[in-house]
Design a protein around this ligand. Structure first.
Ligand code: SF4
Ligand code: SF4
Ligand code: SF4
Length: 450
């Protein structure tokens, strides 16, 4: 039995490393570390504005502590000052509108967007906006705003009606599938791109292949799949994961071969990592450094998934009025799954997201202790990505070269005459050999967190 959510409480406090030398890169950084630092400098800084903790849904796996708290425009202005005056000059920034349900405060979002557009600190800096919504609220006015402001639009939807309605219901207990599907269709017709994010848990993960088919049928081509790490996963489900992920991989391959590639996060992100020989240190968890979230009252959190109710001291690392509390910046604990002895010798270590602090905290209560479900999921995801890469590489050549940069784009096949050169059997075989069955050399079995 894997740990259940009853045992998965986040700790009130994490031990803090007070040695400043552990928080900065030493002067004698290796070439790899220097490259990593360059990569870190190229990555956009990510900020999430939790504009309201209100929501019109009551999803059973929700990790947001909902309340009536809503950000004032004056507080948003302070947060933007904090962001723009503290971010390294010239560094790209991504600002996400989040909630609760952010579109309950659509006029506020428009007003904040105007503040962002006119902020003096944004000069000569690339600024991207995203909005994550539950998909129940959409209108022509919202579509016009999203287009005019170039906002990336991401809808949370768990899949076809019988899956969506299982956990994503209104405050009154009503189904949401019909309205979300209507809005997805409308959004797809009105916007250049619509991202969709499905959360899966022990009761829904077997529907994942059907879920990606459903999204594909709606014309959606950017599909994000995220497990509910706080759910009571058991060994039975962990054992079934490879088959489910493989079924998604088969669909991915057939869409690709049909000339209609889909971006599926589970596969594309791992192919990118395989191609680059693992996650660079700078790509790992950026919580509290390259990534922060702000609550309606101006509280600062290391990651939006750790906001909780947005009050109290657990996980809070500062306030825009007082700045960051360095002693609370316990991000370093999330740099690796070092607390798990199984990870130390694992051959998949470099390709594993065992450093995602909030996923670990949801599973085990500690930022740096990996839960068995994440271990099983990462193994299955790497295996699936490897199989997809191998099949498509052999059939089509080096189609994933654009993944090398670490940010898989819209997963387009290399255009004809792109100058990439026709792949040879030798080049494909050599690429495949580099990643030859990564887990074959050493099988480690995770028995649970220490
Ligand atoms: S829509 Fe989002 S914020 Fe609202 S209940 Fe569902 S998961 Fe929570
Ligand atoms: S696959 Fe499992 S054992 Fe290997 S690094 Fe990841 S969490 Fe650790
Ligand atoms: S804790 Fe996980 S989700 Fe949050 S910033 Fe780190 S890697 Fe990203």
């Amino acid at each position: 039995m894997l740990p259940t959510h009853e045992t998965n409480r986040c700790p009130e406090r994490q031990p803090v490393d007070r040695d400043p030398s552990n928080r900065v890169m030493p002067a004698s950084a290796t070439a790899d570390e220097s490259g990593s630092r360059r990569l870190a400098q190229q990555r956009p800084l990510k900020y999430t504005l939790c504009v309201t903790l209100r929501c019109n849904l009551t999803c059973s796996y929700c990790y947001v502590g909902k309340s009536g708290a809503t950000m004032s425009l004056a507080m948003a202005a302070k947060i933007l000052d904090f962001i723009f005056w503290n971010a390294s000059p010239g560094r790209a920034i991504e600002i996400g509108f989040f909630g609760g349900e952010p579109l309950l405060e659509f006029p506020l979002i428009e007003a904040i967007s105007d503040l962002i557009a006119s902020h003096p600190g944004r000069q000569r800096r690339e600024v991207g906006l995203t909005l994550t919504t539950n998909g129940t609220l959409f209108s022509t006015a919202i579509a016009d705003y999203l287009k005019a402001s170039g906002v990336k639009f991401c809808v949370s939807c768990d899949g076809p009606p019988h899956v969506q309605n299982m956990f994503r219901r209104t405050l009154e207990g009503r189904d949401t599938a019909a309205v979300v599907e209507d809005n997805l269709r409308l959004a797809r017709l009105s916007l250049p791109a619509v991202l969709v994010n499905a959360v899966y848990g022990p009761k829904t993960f077997r529907h994942l292949p059907e879920t990606v088919d459903y999204f594909s049928g709606l014309g959606l081509r950017q599909i994000y799949l995220n497990p509910d790490f706080s759910a009571p996963w058991t060994e039975t489900e962990a054992k079934a994961l490879p088959e489910i992920y493989r079924a998604i991989g088969e669909r991915y391959i057939s869409w690709y071969l049909a000339g209609d590639p889909h971006f599926v996060s589970l596969i594309d992100s791992k192919i990118a990592v395989l191609l680059r020989g693992g996650y660079h240190p700078a790509e790992r968890c950026q919580m509290g450094r390259g990534e922060m979230a702000f609550t309606p009252d101006g509280g600062i959190y290391p990651c939006e998934r750790l906001i909780g109710s947005g009050v109290g001291e657990a996980n809070r690392i500062g306030h825009v009025d007082r700045g960051l509390d360095l002693s609370r910046l316990s991000w370093r604990l999330a740099t690796c799954g070092q607390a798990n002895p199984e990870c130390v010798d694992c051959s998949l270590r470099v390709c594993c997201m065992n450093w995602c602090g909030c996923s670990n905290a949801f599973m085990t209560g500690y930022y740096n202790r990996v839960g068995p479900f994440l271990c099983a999921s990462e193994r299955a995801a790497v295996q699936t990505a490897f199989e997809v890469f191998t099949v498509l590489g052999k059939r089509l050549g080096p189609v994933f070269l654009h993944h090398l940069a670490g940010a898989p784009q819209l997963n387009s096949r290399l255009p004809q005459g792109s100058g990439m050169g026709k792949p040879t059997a030798a080049s494909v075989n050599s690429a495949v050999a580099d990643f030859e069955t990564p887990q074959a050399d050493k099988q480690t079995t995770m028995r649970g967190p220490p």
